[in-house]
Every structure is written in structure tokens, then in C-alpha cells.
Design a protein around this ligand. Structure first.
Ligand code: SF4
Length: 224
């Protein structure tokens, strides 16, 4: 039988630097390649290794004492066949699976949702990313992600426009107002970001949406 191989950028243990699980210990399985090109992207990967299931598992199981395994990238959902294979195995070992995703490839999420425990989903605000909007995809993605624990994160930078925050809030209210909305300032901060964060958080409060401003811890600690 043909062995499925994945393009893996790195596998390492560290501290989760973003979102509501910030600070927990994780093993990171970083997939190479992305379907977007966000202007604030800090994971420009130029190296990968082709690895099969055995090689990836051997590396993951060389670590112990961690909260969960983070599937990150790039965009992990692009390498679906491999993802399905590795997650199927990790679930038999009762590992907690944490998926970090740009929240666009909803059809791919459908195939692996049963293996995932926590989903850290980005809303890609067009005014922040420089890309087109993905509201339709984000809604469909969230519909599926809601079968599991999910929170939404959006990067706030100098170019972020309030209309994108209002659309994000409207989607969260429509889908499930219990979802946490994480406002993540781009690192390093631009001058106007502080005022934006205060304003966006005020709007979230007024709209009954749970929000938190959470900066990237790993950038402050100078770790991966
Ligand atoms: S989705 Fe994430 S990995 Fe892909 S370009 Fe945007 S920030 Fe970078």
C-alpha cells in the first residue's frame, strides 16, 4: 500500500502563544503550505521535510507531559489525507487535538471534525490580511466547528477597519453568541492599534459578545 507523505515544516514542543489556551504546553505539528498570503503572516516557511505517518508519530511520541497536540501551519487542512491518517491514530492514544486554522476549508474540516477537540479558528478580516473576504466560508466553517469547542481570533493591525469587526460580531451572534472572540494585536504594535482594540472591545461588550485582547506570548518570550 502507498504510504501517504506530508510536507512537515517542524515538530516541536513549546508553549501555546495565542488565543484562550495561551500558556498551555503543546506539541506543535506544523504543516507546510497555505492557501492564503496574509500581509501580516509571520510563518513564511521555506523548508519542509516529506514525512510518513511512522516518522511523524515517532517524533510526536518523543515528547511527553503536554496538554494537547496543536495542528498548525501554514494551513493543516490542506494536507487532508495525511491529516486523517495521523488523527485517526492519535485518537486511539486519547490525545487532545487542537486545530489552528484559517477557517476557510469547511469541506475538509467535515472529514476530520470527529478527531478534533478544540478549534482555534481565524476570521480573516480583509482589511487586515489584504486578501478578499471569506465571510461565506467562515460561516460554513463555524457551522461544522460548533460540534466541538471553538473560539474565533482576528488579527488587529493599523489597517483593520471597523466594518470587518462588525461583520465578525454579526456572524458570531448569528451562529452562537457564546463563542469567544479574541482580538489579537499584530506584533510589533502599530500606534493606532491600542485605540482600535479599546473601541472593538467596547462594541463586543455592547453586543453581548465575549471578547479578550490577547497578544502573542511567544513573541514576548522570544520562543517558537
Ligand atoms: S493563513 Fe496563517 S499561515 Fe496562511 S498566510 Fe495567513 S497568517 Fe500565514
Amino acid at each position: 500500500m502507498r504510504k501517504i507523505k506530508a510536507k512537515i515544516a517542524e515538530i516541536f514542543k513549546s508553549i501555546q502563544g495565542e488565543g484562550i489556551y495561551q500558556g498551555v504546553s503543546q506539541v506543535f505539528l506544523r504543516f507546510y503550505g497555505c492557501n492564503l498570503n496574509c500581509k501580516f503572516c509571520d510563518t513564511h516557511l521555506d523548508f519542509y521535510q516529506e514525512m510518513d505517518l511512522e516518522e511523524v508519530l515517532e517524533r510526536i511520541f518523543s515528547f511527553d507531559n503536554y496538554h494537547s497536540i496543536s495542528l498548525t501551519g501554514g494551513e493543516p487542512l490542506l494536507q487532508l489525507d495525511f491529516l486523517e491518517e495521523v488523527l485517526c491514530f492519535l485518537k486511539t492514544k486519547k490525545k487532545i487535538i487542537y486545530l489552528e486554522t484559517n477557517g476557510i476549508l469547511f469541506e475538509n474540516l467535515k472529514r476530520i471534525i470527529d478527531f478534533v477537540d478544540i478549534i482555534a479558528m481565524d476570521f480573516k478580516l480583509p482589511s487586515s490580511t489584504g486578501e478578499r473576504d471569506f465571510w461565506r466560508e467562515h460561516k460554513k466553517f463555524l457551522e461544522i466547528a460548533l460540534k466541538k469547542e471553538v473560539f474565533v481570533k482576528a488579527v488587529v493591525c493599523g489597517s483593520t477597519e471597523i466594518k470587518d469587526i462588525l461583520t465578525s460580531i454579526a456572524i458570531i451572534k448569528e451562529m452562537a453568541s457564546s463563542i469567544f472572540f479574541v482580538l489579537q494585536p499584530q506584533h510589533p504594535f502599530e500606534d493606532t492599534v491600542e485605540e482600535k482594540l479599546k473601541l472593538y472591545q467596547k462594541i463586543c461588550l455592547e453586543e453581548g459578545i465575549k471578547s479578550k485582547v490577547i497578544a502573542q506570548l511567544h513573541k514576548f518570550l522570544g520562543i517558537k
